[in-house]
Design a protein around this ligand. Structure first.
Ligand SMILES: Cc1cc2nc3c(=O)[nH]c(=O)nc-3n(C[C@H](O)[C@H](O)[C@H](O)COP(=O)(O)OP(=O)(O)OC[C@H]3O[C@@H](n4cnc5c(N)ncnc54)[C@H](O)[C@@H]3O)c2cc1C
Length: 468
């Protein structure tokens, strides 16, 4: 690999000597060079307009599509590039670093939707949604977060699916959906037709014409092009062929596909934004001079310390992501293994994927602040682009799974075991209940007991009516 180029000039930020070259195959390096070229020619310039005008980055996504990137992880037999988790990380990082963060996030959700379908590919799903990706014009997304449960996106209270003759009637309310109103297909999760509790979830793919979105409601600090507005699937009848996997496959689909791909992709976007902010700081601080002392801003040791620490922390996050991506490649034979329902591979690394997202989102929030400090007031102005990177980067911490939730997942699992996580609020916390009951006097205990006995009777009646 020669010098990193930006059009016909050497790249103005950090060169390949600061990229983990030993991790990528030659083909992946060629894909990266192609992406940098596309960013220089169009993607980066467009990102300003998408940000200013709250515009969906369709133009950028179609440029990526022309070069096969919308089918990056699709097997070659279906017309895709047949690439791996490591390649996916590289692509997400590269688009965010050199091009457009909104495009990168829409891309993450697109590949997330594509891989959720591929996990349970059927001839009908492949013909309708996967093969057309090679033409580079169709875009998918994931619609999970529910207005009633906030960032607990695995808990779709405002949803349901009923079986009808040869079809399903699907309803879903989503509070946030990247590409809402612009995507061609939506992978959604609902409770199952014979709902037996919130771990009983099913996955459907819904065509764009059947969803109701309100793009005009989207206006946010950053990632302004990604159009993550509310969405509704209003009791739409879909053929049984659009059920992805068996009924009740939702939790497995989350653990084996949606979460691993989302966490690798979004962590890579945060790392790309951190690197992009350092690139901008390099460009600015090596040019700006203070005539009184005859020094450039980059000559001050304080500024060198900022940049040195930012790059080392970011490269630690990057290599962490790539290492987990390599582990996922290892267990899936470079993303070629077909898994039957009940078989897991990537899911065994989910607790590692939580950690990469926490670290990458935490790091980028800090790095963009420090690069702003390094660039001074000039960095605060819009023409330098740093402020857009700063605003885009702040989405990392709050996107679900949020960093508050992730650090609690990890800490709780370390201390109390994985079962204690209780995603669907099913485990009875006897310790907490007994502690609260201790606080009641005899009258309070009697009232509680009577309330419980009457609830138990009502539940028994419901259960026996259900059996009959
Ligand atoms: C730019 C962007 C794009 C998005 N795109 C998509 C998308 O494509 N598809 C999709 O499904 N969703 C998407 N989301 C939604 C996202 O995943 C979250 O659901 C959303 O950000 C949660 O916001 P909220 O206001 O409901 O947070 P809340 O859930 O109300 O959280 C508020 C605070 O409470 C904390 N908190 C929540 N639960 C706990 C807990 N158990 N323990 C401790 N603290 C807790 C949170 O960490 C946060 O600090 C997107 C969000 C953003 C910002």
């Amino acid at each position: 690999m020669g010098d990193k180029m930006w059009g016909s000039e050497p790249f103005w930020g950090m060169g390949y000597e600061w990229d983990p070259e030993w991790v990528y195959t030659e083909r992946q390096k060629e894909l990266r060079a192609k992406l940098i070229d596309l960013c220089e020619k169009e993607l980066r310039a467009n990102s300003k307009r998408f940000d200013d005008e709250l515009m969906f980055p369709r133009q950028n996504l179609e440029i990526l599509g022309e070069h096969g990137f919308l089918a990056l992880t699709v097997p070659e037999e279906y017309g895709g590039l047949g690439e791996s988790h490591v390649a996916y990380s590289m692509v997400c990082e590269t688009i965010a670093r050199y091009g457009c963060a909104s495009t990168a996030m829409c891309y993450v959700m697109h590949i997330g939707a594509v891989n959720a379908i591929l996990l349970r590919a059927t001839p009908a799903l492949v013909d309708r949604y996967i093969r057309p990706l090679a033409a580079g014009k169709t875009i998918g997304t994931l619609s999970y977060s529910d207005p009633e449960t906030g960032s607990h996106f695995w808990y779709p209270v405002s949803s349901g699916a009923d079986r009808t003759e040869n079809a399903y009637k699907v309803r879903k309310k989503a509070s946030w959906t990247t590409s809402a109103g612009f995507a061609d297909f939506y992978v959604v999760q609902t409770t199952s037709p014979e709902f037996s509790g919130y771990d009983d979830l099913s996955v459907f793919v819904i065509d764009g014409e059947h969803v109701q979105a309100q793009p005009s409601l989207w206006d946010a600090l950053g990632l302004r092009g990604n159009q993550s507005g509310p969405l509704e699937v209003p009791g739409v009848e879909v053929p049984t062929t659009q059920l992805v996997g068996p009924e009740g496959d939702g939790a497995a689909s989350n653990d084996e596909s949606v979460d691993p791909w989302f966490l690798v992709g979004s962590s890579s976007v945060w790392n790309g934004l951190a690197l992009g902010a350092i690139d901008i700081a390099k460009r600015h601080t090596t040019k700006k001079k203070h005539v009184d002392v005859g020094l450039r801003v980059a000559d001050y040791p304080t500024i060198q310390d900022y940049v040195g620490e930012a790059l080392m922390d970011t490269n630690a996050c990057r290599l962490f992501v790539l290492s987990v991506a390599q582990a996922m490649d290892g267990v899936t034979d470079d993303n070629t293994k077909v898994l039957a329902p009940g078989e897991f591979a990537r899911a065994d690394f989910l607790h590692w994927a939580w950690q990469i997202k926490f670290e990458a989102a935490k790091n980028v929030a800090h790095v963009v602040d420090k690069m702003l400090h390094a660039c001074g007031g000039s960095g605060y102005k819009r023409d330098m682009e740093l402020e857009r990177y700063l605003r885009d980067a702040k989405a990392g911490w709050v996107m679900g799974p949020t960093n508050e939730v992730l650090r609690q997942f990890v800490g709780k699992a370390v201390l109390l075991g994985f079962d204690s996580l209780d995603y669907w609020n099913q485990a009875y916390n006897r310790r907490a209940v007994e502690n609260e009951v201790k606080k009641l006097d005899a009258k309070g205990k009697r009232e509680l007991a009577e309330q419980l006995v009457s609830q138990a009777s009502a539940d028994e009646l419901k259960e026996s009516a259900g059996k009959g």
